[in-house]
Design a binder for this molecule. Structure first.
Ligand code: KG4
Ligand code: ZN
Length: 334
């Protein structure tokens, strides 16, 4: 068989990313042009600014990814792109670029779901087995996704308010860290000696849903109260308390669901999968339960196009090609 080469584009939020993937496994290039420096001064991603940055960056990022891959445009087998969910203007830039390439090169176009991408980031480095359960934790998503087989997704739990990464970023902001603050809170939590006691949102018995806004408010309360009393607050203990609460709930619910559905693997993914505390806690717990755990390397946790290429490859193999009619769909469901 001839090797397959998929060029994948990801522009759903604040990274302009383009990758070339060989045979669904081998990353020939994975360029990630981050807009973090641009959005930092606003304390978060500004959608309009993100779209403009994508427009400025997409062409050179495509050129760079093709050049680094060492293959010619004429060798490509398909063009993949994130269709959603995400910021509508940001998605549109990637979708239009992908459509143009597919049209010009007469190649199949594979519209891909962003979360499927996060999940299949694991496929680039591991062998996924089904049924499996994915814990998707990012700046925009917190979901438990049951997969009976490849390409079939059932969301059995989701956040009812903030996504985990969003909660991390808000807490980080209250602790005076720049956007995105997740990694700062993670580092501070590792350094802490002791933790501030904070609540855990278990919700109704049996529920696999999550809620993080109460925890975030509890953190803000602790900060405000110590300020009012003119007392000193050890920020590292706040970070540790917050992180422990998040990890407890994520770990407990994932393990419970994994057992209930009898899955062969637990799969961790999304930007917050880079969290060291979460990786360690889940690894320890899965070891104890004898449940295989897959985690992507750090470089494939946050938004990147290689993961979109990995998900697209599986769709392409199954013959699931999209038409030129696709658009960016900000609320696309899995
Ligand atoms: O998946 P991602 O790159 O973008 C979305 O699709 O949302 O995730 C970004 C999120 C941000 O909220 C960021 O603060 C968080 O992931 N994050 C972390 C860590 N690294 C990134 N949160 C906690 N601990 C980390 N080490
Ligand atoms: Zn993401």
């Amino acid at each position: 068989d001839n090797p397959s080469y998929i060029l994948a584009i990801e522009t759903s939020c604040d990274e302009t990313s383009v990758a070339v993937i060989k045979n669904g496994k081998e990353i020939l290039s994975n360029i990630v042009a981050s807009q973090i420096e641009t959005h930092k001064r606003f304390g978060g991603v500004v959608p309009e600014v993100a779209s403009r940055k994508h427009v400025e960056t997409i062409t050179v990022t495509i050129e760079e990814a093709v050049e680094e891959s060492g293959i010619a445009l004429t060798d490509l087998s398909a063009i993949a792109v994130t269709m959603g969910p995400g910021l509508v203007g940001a998605l549109l830039v990637g979708v239009v670029a992908a459509k143009s390439l597919a049209l010009a090169l007469d190649l199949p176009l594979i519209g891909t779901h962003h979360i499927a991408g996060h999940i299949y980031a694991n496929q680039l480095v591991h062998e996924m087995e089904y049924p499996c359960l994915a814990l998707v934790v990012s700046g925009g998503h917190t979901e438990l996704v049951l997969m009976e087989r490849e390409g079939v997704f059932q969301v059995i739990g989701r956040t009812r308010d903030d996504a985990v990464g969003e909660a991390y970023d808000k807490v980080a902001r209250a602790l005076q860290f720049p956007y995105p603050g997740g990694p700062h809170v993670d580092r501070l939590a590792q350094e802490a000696e002791g933790a501030v006691e904070l609540p855990r949102a278990w919700l109704e018995p049996g529920s696999y849903d999550f809620s993080f806004s109460g925890l975030k408010s509890a953190v803000l309360n602790v900060i405000n109260q110590t300020k009012m009393r003119n007392e000193n607050l050890d920020f590292s203990k706040v970070a540790r308390g917050f992180q422990e609460s998040v990890i407890d709930v994520l770990t407990e619910k994932s393990i419970r669901a994994a057992k209930e559905y009898g899955v062969k693997q637990l799969v961790l993914c999304g930007g917050v999968a880079a969290n060291r505390g979460l990786r360690e806690a889940l690894t320890a717990r899965c070891d104890k339960e004898g449940l295989p755990l897959l985690i992507p390397p750090f470089s494939l946790c946050s938004d990147n196009a290689a993961m979109i290429g990995a998900a697209a490859y599986l769709k392409w193999k199954r013959g699931e090609i999209t038409t030129q009619e696709i658009k960016g769909e900000p609320t696309l469901s899995l």
